[in-house]
Design a protein around this ligand. Structure first.
Ligand code: MOS
Length: 717
């Protein structure tokens, strides 16, 4: 396979997307469709007593009301990944948990029915916040290298700080939804998900169905960001209702219910101590992190994966803990741990550099690394210094005064320049693919992958049309569908490294098959024309592949619908993607309003397979980083539990007017060992460090160090 740079081509679904023609899961129209609405708990903990359904059943159009009594008991655990979310329960563990499902002939009737259901509760005491009484602190294993305490004790310059990241909710434009059709003993499910096999496994488990009888289709997802990685609270409910009633059922979850039932980014605290020697070299990091957790949640506080890789520090001690309270389970949300971790560490490093009197760019350039100090393995590739140099050049960093509060405009606006860097693990999973090229001019590629808007279809197309002389206009890419290939969860920025590599191997296998077929005959034309010439209707190959260090067991896990991830620590090496961000902020003199007129970000994601969608991914990450730094926080109502600002009016996100110029650069150097294409991963690293760069710029503008997100006007008054 060639390792030359890929051309910048338009995304394959661009026209469909901008004209609104692209169909999402809830757009499916079906004969005899019923609509479901969940009734949700108004207590945060306790038991459900009587559920009064008479008034709801009297609403014209309401067909049935399901309660816990209709739901089978939870299944035994499946093959990897979290257990499927339960359906309706009679023990409440967070406010907003479903206690009934109203199914009706129309959406309006379902809403009216939902409002008419009366639920009696036996409420119990609950712990709504991480510092509430009744919260349980649960430490996990330390991450250690060298002797951080001794190195800190011997350090010449020390710095410590405590940093806070709030609860946040991802709000993809496409709402959560499930549509289920039960016919002839077979269940067809439409759900916008990053993990169609997870959805399939959850439904089969919860409903005690043979998984072979369940098909889940998720061809296009309107934003995932980790929220749609696993089955949702409504998933099995829609399936159960369809089976019990014998008609198709659709549940579209309203935004407020999504806030309460989907996973979210948990509040986290980061206490960091840094030590530098007489030469200003960082010699030790002590890092204690903890985060909000539900009573049984499994989203681990893994805050040390990227932080150990930034500065080649040999003495590292990282502790971490869950704080278990009465909330719904937190989970993966874009750059799950590295985003808050980088806000903390990159702020601390900025503070340390200033204390040492060293420019923060210079400080970072002096701390390049070639090995993973925790596992003593070589890094597969690292071009972070190239990212920093290129970013600094494009941004014009050279002209920056070191002292804070020293750049201003005539009208009193304070100007600050800040930078930060980030790393994100490179992960791989097994994949299967079937590639068929036909004499009629069509090509069909079916594979393990999900399109969440990140551009995986465009990425797969790039690989296929470079390797094969086929008609790109008649190339169909079938992904996200459990009937065409086993569908591993697509998240964690592992889609390209896994899917594009599978496309490359399928193309190579197809070429070999063609050569066999032609037996040395020279036939002219593209592959379709060649097939026609030798009177073959089509040629088809099937491949499966695993990541470095993986084997048949991982393929079996993929086929059973489980999680089969390898990395970032592989048998022979450790692999990370990197990025550097440069941010300008302007702080208005009286209102103290913070504006971000420009950002320059340069990424090392190995070989860029789809330049167009890659650049778009980085822009998206920067937008979210700015939004996280200055806007987003979900607030708990300590009186009742649950989330106060549970809609897009009160959960404030950055809008167009908040975003200035974003300039994106790519190093585009193929990684020599991760896979044949040399592609690492990009989606999440794009966001890592942005918030730290904003905080550092705010400090540089004003001299005020804000150690929590979001940074608000009142923090600068
Ligand atoms: Mo990733 S947490 O699936 O954006």
């Amino acid at each position: 396979m060639t390792t030359a740079p890929f051309p910048n081509r338009p995304r394959v679904d661009a026209r469909e997307k901008v004209t609104g023609r692209l169909k999402y899961a809830a757009d499916v129209a079906l004969e005899g469709l019923l609509y479901g609405m969940m009734v949700t708990s108004t207590i945060a903990r306790g038991r459900v007593g009587k559920v009064e359904t008479d008034a709801a059943l009297a609403v014209p159009g309401v067909v049935r009301v399901l309660t816990a009594a209709d739901c089978p008991a939870p299944p035994p655990p499946g093959p990897g990944g979290p257990p499927p979310p339960p359906m309706i329960v009679d023990r409440i563990s967070y406010r907003g948990e479903p206690v009934a499902l109203v199914v009706a002939e129309s959406h309006e009737a379902a809403v009216e029915g939902m409002e008419a259901v009366r639920v009696r509760y036996e409420a119990a005491a609950f712990s709504p916040l991480i510092d509430s009484e009744g919260g349980v602190r649960e430490p996990v294993e330390d991450v250690k290298a060298g002797d951080a305490d001794a190195a800190l004790a011997g350090a010449v310059t020390r710095l410590s700080g405590e940093y806070f990241s709030p609860n946040q909710h991802h709000n993809p434009i496409e709402m959560l939804s499930t549509t289920a059709v039960w016919a002839d003993g077979r269940l067809q499910v439409y759900e916008g998900t990053q993990g169609s096999n997870m959805v399939k496994g959850a439904i089969a488990g919860n409903l005690r169905l043979d998984p072979a009888k369940v098909v889940v289709s998720s061809p296009s997802v309107g934003g995932g960001f980790g929220q749609k990685g696993f089955a949702q609270r409504q998933t099995s409910l829609a399936a159960l209702a369809a089976v019990l009633i014998g008609r198709p059922v659709k549940i579209v979850v309203p935004r407020a219910q999504i806030f309460h039932n989907a996973t979210y980014r948990p509040r986290s605290r980061h206490r960091i101590e840094l030590g530098a020697d007489a030469a200003g070299k960082l010699v030790a990091i002590r890092y204690d992190a903890d985060h909000q957790q539900s009573r049984r949640g499994q989203f681990a506080p893994e805050y040390h994966e990227s932080s150990t890789q930034m500065y080649g520090v040999e003495n590292y001690l990282g502790t971490a803990a869950n704080i278990r309270i009465d909330t719904q389970a937190p989970g993966y949300m874009r750059a799950p741990h590295p985003h808050p971790q980088a806000f903390a560490l990159e702020s601390a490093v900025d503070e340390l550099a200033l204390k040492l009197g060293v420019d923060p760019v210079e400080f970072r350039l002096r701390h390049d690394a070639t090995t993973d100090p925790i596992h003593n393995k070589p890094l597969s590739s690292r071009h972070l210094n190239a990212c920093i140099r290129e970013g600094a050049r494009r941004f014009g960093w050279r002209d920056r005064p070191l002292a804070p509060a020293s750049m201003g405009l005539e009208d009193g606006v304070q100007v600050g320049w800040g930078m930060a860097s980030g790393a994100y693990p490179v992960l791989t999973h097994p994949a299967e693919a079937t590639l068929r090229v036909s004499a009629d001019g069509t090509t069909r590629f079916s594979a393990t992958a999900h399109e969440m808007g990140q551009g995986i279809r465009s990425t797969l197309e790039q690989v296929l049309i470079r390797a094969l002389d086929i008609d790109p206009r008649k190339l169909e890419i079938r992904i996200g569908d459990t009937s065409v290939a086993a569908q591993h969860v697509t998240a964690g920025s592992w889609g390209t490294a896994s899917g594009a590599t599978a496309a490359g191997e399928a193309a190579a296998a197809l070429k070999a098959r063609m050569a066999e077929l032609l037996e040395g005959r020279a036939v002219s034309g593209n592959l379709h024309q060649q097939l026609a010439a030798v009177r073959r209707p089509f040629v088809e190959v099937e491949i499966s592949r695993v990541g470095p260090g993986q084997g048949p067991r991982d393929l079996a896990t993929l086929r059973a619908g489980g999680m089969a991830i390898s990395g970032p620590v592989y048998p022979e090496f450790t692999s990370f993607s990197y990025i550097a961000h440069f941010v300008e902020v302007r702080v208005e003199p009286r209102t103290r309003r913070i504006r971000v007129p420009r950002v320059v970000s340069v990424a090392d994601c190995g070989r860029v397979v789809s330049p167009r969608t890659a650049e778009s991914q980085v822009r998206g990450g920067v937008v979210w980083g700015v939004s996280a730094a200055l806007r987003e926080e979900t607030e708990v109502d300590p009186r009742y539990g649950g989330w106060l600002n549970n809609d897009l009016a009160d959960y404030v996100v950055a809008v167009n007017a908040d975003i200035g110029d974003i300039e994106v650069g790519m190093i585009d150097q193929p990684d020599p060992v991760i896979n044949a294409i040399g592609a690492k991963g990009l989606g999440e690293v794009a966001m890592v460090g942005v918030a730290g760069a904003v905080a550092n710029a705010v400090f540089h503008a004003t001299g005020v160090r804000v150690r929590k997100m979001p940074i608000r006007i009142e923090d600068l008054l």
